[in-house]
Design a protein. Structure first.
Length: 182
């Protein structure tokens, strides 16, 4: 939990912090601070600086979910396999490419980058970077998200883990939401 006295500058005169939570993907990287007060919900983003104020009656749903993107993993594995197959057959493939586009032959066979010609190195690098990109998207999808759906507005999503602090915050918001009514 967080010391609520640090956030008194955000509070209205008759407002008291009832619950404070510190959320974010790694608790130190791009953290969010959520203050649940007796009147409203304050969401403070540290970078870039941002403050979102919500009335409890405007909150439609609070939820935590994880949506694993298995397709991104399949793309990643496919690109790594294609890079490997290209490395095995690079001479034959580059020879066919040079016959198809003769002016590119000096560029294709130029240099020696880690034991590969410029053409081979460039193609392998493209496949590996694309494979790493999709693998990173897959890893990112493994992290859960806390989402606040707001009536007639876009939802607010925060990548974070499902901690006891977050569960207490969700119960608190649900209780206040029922009390505020809509």
């Amino acid at each position: 939990m967080i010391d609520a006295s640090d956030y008194s500058k955000y509070l209205l005169p008759n407002e008291k912090v009832e619950l404070a939570a510190h959320l974010g993907p790694f608790q130190f990287f791009l953290p969010y601070t959520i203050l649940a007060t007796n009147l409203r919900l304050l969401i403070i983003k540290s970078f870039p600086k941002n403050l979102i104020e919500l009335e409890y009656k405007d909150v439609e749903v609070v939820e935590y979910y994880t949506n694993v993107s298995w397709l991104k993993l399949i793309y990643s594995v496919f690109l790594f396999v294609v890079a490997y197959l290209f490395l095995i057959n690079r001479d034959a493939i580059l020879e066919k490419f040079a016959l198809f586009l003769p002016p590119a032959e000096p560029i294709i066979y130029a240099g020696n980058f880690f034991g590969l010609t410029a053409g081979s190195f460039l193609i392998v690098a493209i496949f590996l970077v694309a494979g790493l990109y999709f693998f990173g998207l897959f890893i990112r999808s493994l992290f859960g998200r806390f989402r606040i759906l707001i009536y007639e507005q876009a939802p607010l999503e925060i990548m974070t883990s499902l901690s006891g602090e977050l569960q207490a915050l969700m119960r608190h918001i649900e209780g206040k939401k029922r009390g505020a009514g809509r």
